[in-house]
Design a binder for this molecule. Structure first.
Ligand code: F6R
Length: 248
């Protein structure tokens, strides 16, 4: 695993964007696995600035997002499709028909999960999968549990996830209780995984994920088994790794 320790959120965002940009420049028709949440916002802003400046083009890029809330449509301001449009897709020259997010309104969610897995497979998997990490170690919305789930599936969100995400909604009660998420098998099939973390509140999860036992109770710990992981974090988020002696 390669670790980039950056001074703060902005530097972490630039590094994350640089790694994504390098992939797009190396392989203009690459398949990017993308994440939502607070962490990647700065990286998406940086990528949009570089695209406007002519440094790279998303014209031939395909994207697949990790997850979507169940019950929220693409025009709902808190849906992940809406997030992606606002933070990246509408800001760059990507072709919207090449962007994919699970359909949170699918009448048959199980069929939607199968469709999503078939889609990712038909694309040949992701070249680079961007991940954030929940305080409880979730990746995508693979919450801690008794077993890793391989495929895209419907998940009941953990109480702590609902609470963490309530900041984006007017009321806690409005936070959806379920999501559709890519499974651990699909995430692990990415050729390269890029994990971005920021803030002291993530330090404990980062330490457990990369220094603790590999267990579905800490879903991100499975990344220890991936052969090409890049971890980008600010000093605060990586403090647990320094305490564990993994970093200086
Ligand atoms: C988002 C996702 C989640 C987030 C995680 C961290 O698509 O899959 O796993 O990456 O909840 O969220 P932030 O970045 O808001 O701390």
């Amino acid at each position: 695993m390669r670790i980039y320790q950056e001074a703060d959120y902005d530097a972490m965002s630039r590094r994350t964007a640089a790694i994504i940009a390098a992939e797009v420049i190396r392989k203009p028709d690459c398949v990017l696995g993308l994440a939502t949440g607070s962490t990647p916002v700065g990286a998406y802003r940086q990528l949009a600035a570089w695209e406007r400046g002519g440094l790279l083009s998303f014209g031939d890029v395909t994207t697949v997002n990790l997850d979507e809330y169940r019950g929220l449509g693409p025009d709902h301001e808190q849906s992940y499709r809406y997030f992606m449009r606002t933070n990246l897709f509408d800001q760059v020259d990507i072709r919207l028909e090449r962007t994919h997010v699970p359909d949170g309104l699918a009448a048959d969610p199980e069929a939607e999960c199968r469709r999503y897995d078939a889609l990712v497979e038909s694309l040949g998997g992701t070249d680079l999968q961007l991940l954030g990490m929940g305080h409880n170690g979730h990746i995508g919305f693979n919450e801690p549990g008794p077993a890793f789930v391989r495929e895209t599936h419907v998940v009941d969100l953990a109480k702590s996830t609902i609470e963490a995400n309530a900041r984006f909604f007017a009321h806690r009660d409005e936070v959806p209780r379920q999501a559709i998420t890519m499974g651990i098998g699909t995430i692990m099939s990415a050729k390269r995984v890029l994990v971005a973390v920021s803030g002291a509140d993530k330090a404990e999860a980062v330490r457990k994920a990369f220094c603790g036992p590999i267990t579905p109770e800490m879903p991100a710990s499975i990344l220890q088994l991936h052969r090409d992981v890049v971890l980008v974090g600010d000093v605060a988020a990586l403090s647990g790794l320094r305490e564990a002696g993994v970093l200086q």
